[in-house]
Design a protein around this ligand. Sequence first.
Ligand SMILES: Nc1nc2c(c(=O)[nH]1)N[C@H]1C(S)=C(S)[C@@H](COP(=O)(O)OP(=O)(O)OC[C@H]3O[C@@H](n4cnc5c(=O)[nH]c(N)nc54)[C@H](O)[C@@H]3O)O[C@H]1N2
Ligand SMILES: Nc1nc2c(c(=O)[nH]1)N[C@H]1C(S)=C(S)[C@@H](COP(=O)(O)OP(=O)(O)OC[C@H]3O[C@@H](n4cnc5c(=O)[nH]c(N)nc54)[C@H](O)[C@@H]3O)O[C@H]1N2
Ligand SMILES: [Mo]
Length: 770
Amino acid sequence: MSASKIAPYHRPAGGWGALKNVAIQLVTQGIPLKGARTLLSANQPSGFDCPGCAWPDRDHASTFEFCENGAKAVAAEATRRRVTPDFFAAHSVTDLLALDDYTLEGYGRLTHPMRYDAATDRYAPIAWDDAFTLIGEHLRALPDPDQAAFYTSGRTSNEAAFLYQLFVRQYGTNNFPDCSNMCHEPTSVGLPPTVGIGKGTVTLDDFEQADTLLLFGQNPGTNHPRMLGELREAARRGATIVSVNLLHERGLERFADPQSPTEMLSLGGTAISNHYVTPACGGDFAFVKGVIKHVLERDALARADGEPAWLDDAFIAEHTHGFDDFAADVRRERWEDLERASGVSQAQMQQIGEVYLRGERVIATWGMGITQHRHAVATIQMIVNLMLLRGNIGRPGAGLCPVRGHSNVQGDRTVGINEKPSPDFLDRLGQVFAFAPPRRDGLNVVDTISAMRDGRIKVFVCMGGNFAMATPDTPRTWEGLRQCDLTVHVATKLNRSHLVHGRDALILPCLGRTEIDVQEGAVQGITVEDSMSMVHLSYGINAPASEHLRSELAIVAGIAQATMGHALGGVDDWHWYVQDYDRIRDAIAATFDDFADFNRRVRQRGGFRLPVPPSTRQWLTANARANFTTHPLPHEMPIDVARRQAGERSAEVLQLATIRSHDQYNTTIYGLNDRYRGVFGQRRVVFANAQDLDARGLRAGERVDLVGVWHDGVARRADDFLLVAYDIPRGCIAAYYPETNALVPLDAITDGAGTPTSKSIPVVLERRAA
Ligand SMILES: Nc1nc2c(c(=O)[nH]1)N[C@H]1C(S)=C(S)[C@@H](COP(=O)(O)OP(=O)(O)OC[C@H]3O[C@@H](n4cnc5c(=O)[nH]c(N)nc54)[C@H](O)[C@@H]3O)O[C@H]1N2
Ligand SMILES: Nc1nc2c(c(=O)[nH]1)N[C@H]1C(S)=C(S)[C@@H](COP(=O)(O)OP(=O)(O)OC[C@H]3O[C@@H](n4cnc5c(=O)[nH]c(N)nc54)[C@H](O)[C@@H]3O)O[C@H]1N2
Ligand SMILES: [Mo]
């Protein structure tokens, strides 16, 4: 690993750096040339869906699209390293807990089912059937099924997720905390009342036709590298690209396509953004409102002068509701209040308003910089308002594009992983499988943690993910996990969640998406849904990491059979579904009209797209219209509240945004560099504005502790970070997740969506004693 240093990066994103880093990853994971074959099969017709991000690819049938971070995700799964029973015999859980997350996952793939033994403080092998029996005993012993919770991380296939929710609902609870609760939940909550569906409305074809792209709070150079290909094409054909981001992210500024010989040889790359706006943390809500205010003002002027209107009057009249109230509210806002709340000047809001007016086909995208804030739902609805003004939804080249995270997080939701299922869905599920699904709303992620802490959740099953690290308020989450009677983790690699366990604990190793899945002698494919609602098949190509691995589906069936004794839908044994995954797809098709003829359609080249009614201007809202939503600026922004609570330290409070480095996949750390941001060989850094440092008598290069400020008076801290002077708005700092999750209070959540506000946590900096 390279020595630690801070050195600004001036080259474009992508380019030679990307190729070099893939080679380094292959060597680190012990993958020889064969690795190249694995990489070339990502997103190919007969290959597997990339386990990296949820960005779609051209009809799943095009030439290989190079993606550095997709390659890292594949290499991490295809690693030659193994965590065997011998490994567990040699290391106590207490010893393993002392290691960092990078080291833990670096040990490689899990090979055997393991059970915790308190007498030796070690995990020891257990037979699969005994593991299932143990889970069944625990679950059946609970007096109330609501005392169990079932987490899903978004890599799980549609088939596994469907079977999982079917079993859990037969068992009797809707307790489905899900990674989505920490991710795009505000999108899933904010969009349905406005456009009738909680998903994006565009396809890649729309990206090809758009003349204006508004990119809010996402870092595609790292988290969705294949999206840079679309942005590069757009930039080259003269589309106007506006980035709205707390930081000047390299990938949003310049990109060199590793597959373009000219860009690689000239070292220059393509400029991406024409305009770059850096609002304060959480300032996007007021910023978008300011842009809208300009649009309304220009429209009013044009009309007064007898010029053509700027608004799409016909669309607003025919398709929308609520315009007058909304417009009146926007007109009432004063520019100085919008400036203060956004951290953006009136002039720049007007400038971007002008860009929006000139755009004939506008797409708005957003990521975690928008969703992980107190006012995320309002911000997303304000973006929708902006788009509705000129009919930028439901026509070619225009629309909404929330950019999802995990490669199947959207699909898991579609097939029923939802702690607040709709009555219609439950009715249908009950009809198809002849049972009475539970009707009570279940618990989301933060509610599950609270419920564990006060003993209301006793059994916790995780289908993937790393709950102990990905969730907020780390010490409190750990308290909760340790109070459980049983924790179960279905996983590919060792992580901290396996070490912060209940009294009984199991680790159940599963096949990854890159691996060949054979049931009853036949190779099985699974399906996933990408960020643009395309559903396609995925087949692994590598031999399984161990002969003892089972597919997630087989594991769900094993748990279900041991718990319930019989299956649903006139089937005796849950394993019947797993013998041929087509059977589960038939069950999905019977439950959801949108999946009619699933098995045939998914075998068409490129798969199929689930219906997205707003993309053809059909609005499945209560009033069958697209709705403008009115959201006045709050009297106090979250940071003002925190400052008030901080008492005499009020002037010191900063807003911390917790973000991803280039060398990580959520809690999986691939390496210690974040090269586009100039960070090498380390992760405990905090990016701060030089003037903020001066004002606090601090200097870049010093080490500091981050100390939380919250109304409950609980001491929250994350210690020992290197201060890096950075181009970031005043009052804001940024540092990597998950090291900073201890600072995120459990009740710091998005209004209406329960998502941790991981992008604006009030903290103060304290110099460490030398
Ligand atoms: N390689 C890799 N790929 C991934 C992941 C990964 O960890 N590694 N994670 C996957 C997952 S689950 C997800 S959800 C996505 C996440 O992908 P992103 O949404 O890109 O996630 P983040 O890195 O958390 O950062 C979001 C961006 O928001 C900006 N930001 C922070 N606060 C604000 C703000 O208040 N306003 C604005 N406008 N911008 C702000 C940050 O500067 C950063 O550029 O990526 C997915 N893909
Ligand atoms: N402070 C802060 N916290 C955050 C965020 C943030 O920006 N800031 N982002 C949030 C977001 S957007 C998300 S999505 C969550 C992510 O939360 P999670 O989805 O819970 O976390 P991951 O790190 O993606 O999970 C990694 C683990 O998944 C397991 N795994 C990998 N592949 C498979 C597979 O195919 N099957 C199974 N069964 N297991 C597998 C491996 O054991 C690996 O260790 O974190 C959230 N937490
Ligand atoms: Mo995510």
